[in-house]
Design a protein around this ligand. Sequence first.
Ligand code: ADP
Ligand code: MG
Length: 438
Amino acid sequence: MAEKSPLLELAHVTQAYGTRDRRFTAVRDVNLTVREGEFVALLGPSGCGKSTLLRLIAGLQQPTEGGVLYRGTALSGVNPRATIVFQTFALFPWLTVQENVEVALKARSVPPKLRTARALDLLDRVGLDGFETAYPRELSGGMRQKVGFARAMAVEPELLCLDEPFSALDVLSAEALRGELLELWAKGVIPTRAILMVTHSIEEAVFMADRIVVMDKGPGRVAADLPVQLPQPRQRKAPAFLAVVDRVYAILAGQTQPEYLELGSAPGEPGLTRRLPPITINGLAGLLERVDELANNRADIYRLAAELTLDSDHLLHLTEAAELLGFATIAQGDMTLTPLGETFAEASILARKEIFATRLRRLPIFKWLLDTLRALDPSELEWEEVRAALEEKFHPEEAGRQLDIVIDWGRYSELLAYDDANGRIYLEPGGAPGPTPA
Ligand code: ADP
Ligand code: MG
């Protein structure tokens, strides 16, 4: 198939903010092309300039350097072919659902007679048939966001820009709306030719997009651009899906050493097993949050120990865990967050669990336990059986300590369940996907 023509091109775009003597470069030398027919996801830690790029594309601001081209022509002023849907769409509370959509049509000078028909049609397409006369306050968050989508569609954008459109919704509404958007897009019932979606969620990007552009900050730039060659609809638990998720995580975490050195091996395999440091997730999250607040997301480890009144052994365990999970790099007594670490520090509780689960699945000790449980029917094991198996790698007491850490982390990330009463370890549904990709 011949390459479709570019709809949008960012060419060497740099955006600085501030005054002459206090200048701050938000994004530097960004090149990005979005072609007709593409659904592109933009991923990266907060502050890397994702929203800035959307505003440039919509023509709401002009870059300090470089060009924004739309269908090959340099953009001047607002881009009439692009619309942004924000995280929470500001609806007018005193207008009905239908009137909220008609307002957008009015702004586009659609004659009054046509407005009603168009608004009703749009509301029908996003699944709000029957709610035309409702007021925003009477709707759920998911339905309000659908009104937002209908209003964005009213201007028939060729390029639909979405800025974290699902992050303010509850899990179920978000999932339903994702499915509906993909369906509208796939069926071609909306005039949209391309979608550019900013998201914080790696899984969401892999679930929806044809291409994922990963940004990094300091200053904001494109770090990677990878295609997602999975047919739609996608299965979140499919090994091929998880393989792409893992690749994106690896980009965000930055591979420091070859995986076999970094992670060690599991029982039944040759080589040492890497010990898991004895830390709590809360302790780790607290540390990452603190470093995330510091300049350049970097901290001197010993100064941090004093500040957080942690003894240095404990802090070293925390930094070791952060490194093992790809949340930070340690060099010359400094700890620096990776983009994945920043993402974790700034994520919701639910998103944190998801990130944690994905990182754990690649640790040999977890992979081994999950695979073993999966092969059993029912998927459960005695604590003591597992501890005994771990004696192949650790001395008896350490084997028990390691298993307790595995259970603690596994419970947090909802991969494993443990019944204190009968001392049995179970596989959680989240731990159930097929064999973890290597
Ligand atoms: P993201 O959407 O990835 O979180 P933004 O594009 O919102 O990132 O911001 C990128 C950087 O630019 C941040 O450090 C932010 O504080 C800064 N920034 C964004 N908009 C402005 C502005 N209007 N004036 C000054 N600084 C800004
Ligand atoms: Mg933003």
